[in-house]
Design a protein around this ligand. Structure first.
Ligand SMILES: Nc1ncnc2c1ncn2[C@@H]1O[C@H](COP(=O)(O)OP(=O)(O)OP(=O)(O)O)[C@@H](O)[C@H]1O
Length: 960
């Protein structure tokens, strides 16, 4: 489309915005102002959902100054429409399209009906059904959460539903490795986008995960995030963008893009975002230095390390961006204090005192115990132990909560709601979510396969402490000529093991990229083994190519050699053998490594192959990880705390007796700590992140999918729009455009496409499009149906025993819809309202007596010629009935608006009261959240007051 400033367009996806005009355009973007709702919107030119408004000679058009002009001539000059016409008093007038009113309605069912432009009843029916379905979708709590290509897993659905309904949510998603934080974040973003709670979303991820994120967002969530790197930024600047980040709505960028360039950071900060997602947030390290937010110092390399700068830029961004999702599987990797620092990014006021934070955790235990007793009683269907619970809670909760507890004696069915309230008010649940393997079942067994090897003489000669956990690196640093790969026995051990595993895929991780490079050379040169490599010395594209080569089961390699960066975020669950070529220097890193294979979708047991040198520090660490913490069997939530404590001893070369003591102490303290955590913090976190009732949500979500209704609806759409569809026996359908197609059909490529409506097929066949009520094709089809004129005027015959033949009725459907930004969220409370009127020839409104279903069932189509004849014969009476319909709606208008305002007030006030109550008890409720909710209410009431009826469709019914 070519856009000229001043041209007038409708947004076909939201006609309630009124008639917009082009105010600016640049390269691929166009900006419109919609005067009726005073909003600016920016669109990509090639996908803009805009329809040019082109009135014709004979049309009466409304001008901005309120005058109405009957058009006698329409011409185009320099891209703008010029009109000649007459005013009411027959005065001639000339004007151009810039003078048109902003609130012109798009479809004109009245004109079409009176001009005998009648559509078949099928079109009318489709239009009514689309309006009904859309209204239900917008009211559904599941809208945005069940249309993604993901299995419906209760722990993810629960978190996503909790978070996605909030304004500007700020949370830490901290599920254990591989439990689906990316999926949870994707669901939250998707639902926020669909519900109009966010438009501009920024994803900042480690360099090595950019490609994987891009693919997951697109493949699972239909989110087309634009990937930004330095080259892309420069290209956009060269093409005229002052700020490259303003060119796209959803941006995915490596965090390094802004930590390495002050200019890019400032641009990103100025680009305005609703929501920011930061992956692998454990890398953010709060600087100790005070004025680190000073932008001149932030980028001075002498002041901050890379991880500290990462923290500083995210802190600066989180001060200007409302919604923030931080993702990390290992929140405590750098210790409790650094965990606290990340919570501080989400809420500075709340997390300003570390000592208080630590102290607070101690009170979680009695509350968790109380919640536990209630949940147990629920699950086993036994009497609620109210006295016991009262005793536990009384010292820690408000009196109002205890009162509610006592009421459960009379109304035990309110227990689940009470538990939720308790969790909501007395934990970190609103801000921190963490699911663990213990609370989410179905993970594979881990099988440890340990091989102890004699260290080569050259290693033994080195000082154990200096040698550390990667002896080969230490050796190499001291040698010029000989290579460690020539003597290291791990290599022949590896080759032999690989030979035994034949066609299995194997991931090998070592701490250093140099170890990986040397190992790859040796395997290739001496043994003819070609492995894929994945390390920080490679470009992002090279890494993605290597991962893809490894993932290819037909022509790919079976061995992937990764440095530690391969141990984060990547999906390698198609493999089940992991070689730990060395041990990482932190228990969380070990968990990250194992998590590449031990993640959702694994399905089979995984094998951990660990070669360890006797008589080295490696053995001490192995025993400490294994016998002390049990880390090769399952994650250990106490590991970080114990690491902090025992770190000094672990780094020393130790006598055998001291090692035994160290391991015994670790084991005992781990046991105690785990028990304490399981009673307090972790238990509460577990309930908050995945309460038992979440299981039922999966069933609810499944029934909200309404797959059969969708299939029926889409089949009618294909029939009417001329799209060819073939149903296959494998659960898919093939859609193809045809010559008979009625204009453009959204998202249907010329070559056709394979689709499925079923989740299990969609998960198994990633090349098929997964059509759901939330899929862009389906949403755009509904937009198309509801905004085009087709189906807004029809005539049918009806045969019904209660209705005498020869009568005529006029059915008019008016629609009231909210307009403006966030209308989707409000639309959840007040979806587009349809007012139906049904008049007899005598002007009696029979809408309540004759419901639409009865009429639909009794109706038959009428040949076009007959319909036109009836219409002509009844024109005078129809005109009167149309006037009557308008009059009636005007009479009801104020009453309707008041009624809807009450409804909106009731819903939004309940939210505000709940937040205020929570704020008294739980500091995690932010003042801004309450203010936002109050502003939202004021805005909503204004929006409701501004609603105007639009005549949507008309049907004439003639009885036989
Ligand atoms: N609901 C789901 N449906 C289908 N696949 C899923 C689902 N949840 C997770 N997965 C798959 O499981 C793997 C792990 O999920 P994800 O990457 O979201 O976990 P994570 O917690 O972010 O992992 P990490 O801690 O390694 O960053 C991915 O391959 C993901 O696609």
């Amino acid at each position: 489309m070519t856009f000229i400033i001043g041209q007038r367009y409708f947004n076909e996806a939201d006609v309630s915005l009124g008639l917009g005009h082009v105010v600016a355009q640049q390269d691929r973007m166009v900006k419109l102002h919609f005067g009726a709702v005073d909003e600016q919107r920016i669109y990509a030119k090639d996908t803009a959902p805009l329809i040019r408004f082109k009135p014709q000679v004979g049309d009466a058009i409304n001008c901005r100054d309120g005058r109405v002009v009957m058009l006698t001539k329409v011409t185009e000059r320099d891209g703008l429409l010029h009109f000649e016409g007459t005013l009411d008093d027959s005065q001639p007038i000339q004007l151009d399209e810039t003078a048109l009113a902003d609130n012109i309605a798009l479809s004109q069912p009245k004109d079409r009906l009176l001009n005998a432009q009648l559509d078949s009843p099928k079109w009318f029916q489709l239009r009514q059904d689309a309006a009904e379905v859309r209204s239900q979708l917008w009211q559904s709590d599941w809208y945005g959460l069940i249309g993604c290509r993901t299995a419906l897993l209760s722990h993810q659905l629960y978190i996503a539903r909790q978070v996605s309904g909030r304004f500007a949510p700020r949370v830490l998603l901290a599920d254990e490795v591989g439990l689906g934080k990316t999926i949870e974040a994707g669901l939250i973003v998707h639902a926020q986008l669909l519900n109009g709670l966010a438009d501009r979303v920024l994803f900042l991820v480690p360099d090595s995960l950019v490609h994987q994120w891009m693919v997951e967002l697109l493949r699972r969530f239909n989110i087309h995030a634009s990937v930004f790197d330095e080259v892309q930024c420069q290209a956009l600047i060269d093409s005229g963008y002052a700020n490259p980040f303003e060119s796209a709505q959803q941006v995915l960028a490596p965090l390094s893009l802004i930590t390495e360039s002050a200019e890019r950071f400032e641009q990103l900060k100025a680009a305005g975002w609703d929501l920011m997602v930061v992956d692998e947030a454990h890398h953010l390290k709060q600087p100790e230095y005070d004025s680190y937010l000073d932008s001149a110092l932030m980028f001075d390399e002498r002041t901050l390390s890379e991880d500290e700068r990462a923290y500083a830029v995210i802190e600066a961004l989180s001060e200007v961006i409302g919604g923030v999702l931080l993702l990390t599987a290992t929140p405590e990797q750098l210790g409790q204090r650094s965990h606290f620092a990340r919570l501080r990014l989400l809420d500075k006021d709340r997390f300003n005192d570390y000592a208080a934070f630590v102290e607070e955790q101690a009170h979680f235990e009695p509350i968790a115990a109380g919640v536990g007793l209630l949940i147990d009683a629920q699950q086993h269907n036994t009497a609620l132990p109210l006295k016991q619970v009262d005793k536990l809670l009384a010292p820690h909760v408000a009196d109002s909560v205890l009162k509610e507890l006592h009421k459960l004696a009379q109304a035990p069915e309110n227990t689940p709601a009470f538990i939720l309230r308790l969790l909501d008010q007395y934990g970190t649940g609103r801000i921190l979510f963490r699911n663990t393997r213990q609370s989410v079942s179905g993970f594979p067994e881990r099988v440890l396969s340990l091989t102890t090897l004699q260290a080569p003489v050259s290693y033994v000669a080195m000082d154990a402490e200096v040698m550390g956990l990667s002896p080969e690196m230490c050796f190499q640093a001291q040698q010029d000529d000989s290579q460690w790969t020539e003597t290291d026995p791990r290599i022949p051990w590896l080759v032999e093991m690989l030979a035994g595993l034949k066609n299995e895929k194997v991931v090998l991780i070592a701490h250093h990229a140099d170890s990986i490079r040397a190992l790859a050379n040796r395997l290739r040169e001496k043994y003819g083994l070609h492995a894929a490599l994945f390390h920080e010395g490679m470009s992002l594209v090279e890494r993605d190519q290597a991962a893809a080569w490894f993932a290819d089961f037909e022509q790919g390699t079976n061995l992937l050699l990764c440095s530690e960066i391969g141990s984060e975020g990547r999906n390698f669950q198609f493999a089940r053998h992991l070689v730990l070529f060395d041990l990482p220097p932190h228990p969380d890193l070990l968990e990250q490594r194992i998590g590449r294979l031990d993640r959702i979708g694994q399905g089979r047991e995984i094998y951990l192959h660990v070669p360890i040198f006797n008589n080295t520090l490696q053995l001490t660490w192995f025993r400490w990880y294994h016998e002390g913490l049990g880390l090769f069997e399952r994650p250990n939530p106490a590991a970080t705390m114990l690491y902090e404590k025992f770190k000094p001893s672990l780094h020393q070369s130790l006598q055998a007796a001291t090692v035994e003591q160290l391991i015994q102490d670790t084991r005992e303290q781990s046991k105690q700590l785990l028990q304490t955590l399981a009673r307090g913090r972790d238990r509460l976190l577990e309930y908050q992140s995945h309460p038992p009732m979440a299981e039922q949500w999966v069933d609810q979500a499944e029934s909200a999918e309404a797959v059969d209704t969708l299939i029926d609806f889409m089949h009618r759409v294909y029939d009417l729009y001329g799209v060819d569809f073939d149903i296959n026996s494998n659960g898919s359908e093939i859609l193809r455009p045809t010559e008979q197609m009625q204009g453009h059909f959204p998202r249907l490529p010329d070559e056709g496409m394979t689709v499925t409506y079923h989740r299990h097929h969609a998960l198994a066949n990633e090349t098929w499009h997964y059509l759901t009520w939330e899929h862009p094709m389906v949403s755009e089809v509904m937009d198309m149906i509801l905004t085009q004129e087709k189906g807004n005027s029809t005539l049918v015959a009806i045969q019904h025993r209660d209705l005498k033949p020869g009568q005529l009725f006029l059915e008019a459907h008016y629609q009231y819809a909210l307009s403006g930004r966030q209308n989707r969220y409000l639309a959840g409370i007040l979806p587009p309202q349809r007012i139906r009127q049904l008049f007899s020839e005598g002007g009696k409104n029979l809408a309540d007596q004759l419901d639409p279903i009865t009429l639909d069932q009794a109706s038959q189509s009428v040949p076009q010629k007959t319909a036109v004849a009836v219409l002509k014969a009844k024109l005078p009476v129809l005109k009167q009935l149309l006037q009557l319909a308008d009059l009636k709606i005007k009479q009801q208008h104020n009453e309707l608006i008041r009624h809807w305002q009450k409804r909106v007030k009731r819903a939004l006030e309940a939210d505000i009261v709940r937040l205020q109550q929570l704020a008294e008890l739980n500091e995690l409720i932010r003042e801004t959240e309450i203010k936002q909710a109050q502003n939202q209410l004021a805005l909503a009431l204004e929006r409701v007051a501004a609603m105007q009826p639009q005549l949507d469709s008309l049907r004439i019914l003639v009885t036989m």
